[in-house]
Ligand binder design. Structure first.
Ligand code: ADP
Length: 330
């Protein structure tokens, strides 16, 4: 396996009494990775720690080989890492080229390289015509693309993208996801895509890390995590319904009749062909097959649910120990 691009060792962050991150340990290989979790999970805190904008309360992180808590390494890591923040980082009096050039120089590019690269990346994100317009005239979609352009100006190895589709209309969202996909696949960049939107991650990433209440609930390649995952599919058939349902039962498949011709069937990811064959053998044809949730959604929701149960069990165990200690002391 290639060198990990991000390594966390017992990484902790507290804000006063709030434990935002609780001892995260993880090694992530290069490639496009989705950092998923509900609001308040700790995603932005993790990104800020990786960039050295916050100090950890405990543990360590390494990103692109650097320790972000050390000033000298932090400067070096800025050359290798591009950051697209969630909030606006734009200076209204500037135009697109001026802003991207200025930020390019901050990453260490010479003025002439910065200007050449600014034009290239503005073209890449589809802002070639708007490049000389003042930023106060930019729409939300244009601002998001400009934020991506400035993250790319120094051709970094790793991109940290914080909620890149926020505020975008469906067309803008599709375009942004195409760019992120292209960067992570055709251009071979490593990406940490921070999002609360699972479909965004599903379309663009190869691995996921699920974070909730400051803890890692699941991590791994999407292909491996979803391989054996079961989900409910709605089916409608034309033909002998009774024979079809009997065949489902004999095949050991869990199902629930819905209407005269429809039923929900619990299926493993990718087992659709088997269901078509089973229907044909029972003298029926499948006329509709739709998934209630994608396999990744099942993995994500299971990971959150398991986390809640684990937290409750740990709390119970801690309370039992505390009660026992109290009783012994009396
Ligand atoms: P996410 O990005 O997943 O929404 P955050 O990292 O912003 O999560 O927040 C994680 C937790 O830390 C939340 O409980 C949040 O309220 C808390 N938090 C974040 N920033 C601060 C801060 N500056 N001061 C106090 N609490 C904070």
């Amino acid at each position: 396996m290639s060198e990990p691009i991000i390594v966390l060792e017992g990484l902790e962050k507290r804000y006063g009494s709030i434990r935002a991150l609780e001892g995260l340990s993880l090694a992530l290989p290069p490639g496009p990775i989705g950092l998923l979790g509900p609001n308040g999970a700790g995603k932005s805190t993790l990104i800020k720690l990786l960039l050295g904008q916050l100090e950890p309360s405990g543990g360590k992180a390494r990103i692109a080989g650097f320790d972000p808590t050390r000033r000298a390494e932090r400067l070096a890591l800025r050359r290798k890492v591009g950051y697209m923040p969630e909030s606006d980082c734009l200076i209204p009096r500037m135009n697109g080229v001026e802003l991207v050039t200025a930020l390019g120089q901050l990453t260490g590019l010479t003025p002439s390289d910065a200007i050449t690269r600014a034009h290239e990346v503005l073209d890449y994100v589809g802002l070639e015509e708007a490049r000389y317009r003042g930023l106060d005239e930019y729409s939300t979609g244009m601002k998001q693309r400009l934020k991506l352009a400035q993250a790319l100006v120094h051709d970094p190895e790793l991109l940290l993208l914080d909620e890149p589709t926020n505020g975008l209309d469906p067309k803008g969202r599709k375009h942004m996801l195409e760019l992120v996909h292209d960067l992570g696949h055709a251009q071979g960049k490593s990406i940490l895509l921070c999002s609360h939107l699972l479909p965004d991650v599903e379309r663009t990433c190869e691995r996921i890390v699920v974070l909730d209440k400051g803890k890692i609930r699941s991590a791994g390649s999407i292909e491996e995590l979803t391989r054996n995952e079961e989900s409910w599919v709605h089916t409608e058939i034309d033909g002998d319904v009774a024979a079809f349902r009997a065949a489902l039962g004999s095949a050991g498949l869990q199902f629930e009749p819905e209407g005269a011709w429809t039923q929900r069937v619990r299926l493993r990811a990718g087992d659709y062909d088997g269901l078509f064959e089973l229907a044909a053998r029972a003298g029926a044809a499948l006329t509709e097959l739709t998934s209630e949730r994608s396999s990744l959604e099942e993995v994500f929701l299971d990971a959150l649910e398991d986390g809640v149960e684990k937290d409750a069990a740990e709390k119970d165990a801690a309370e039992t120990v505390a009660a026992k200690t109290n009783a012994e002391q009396r």
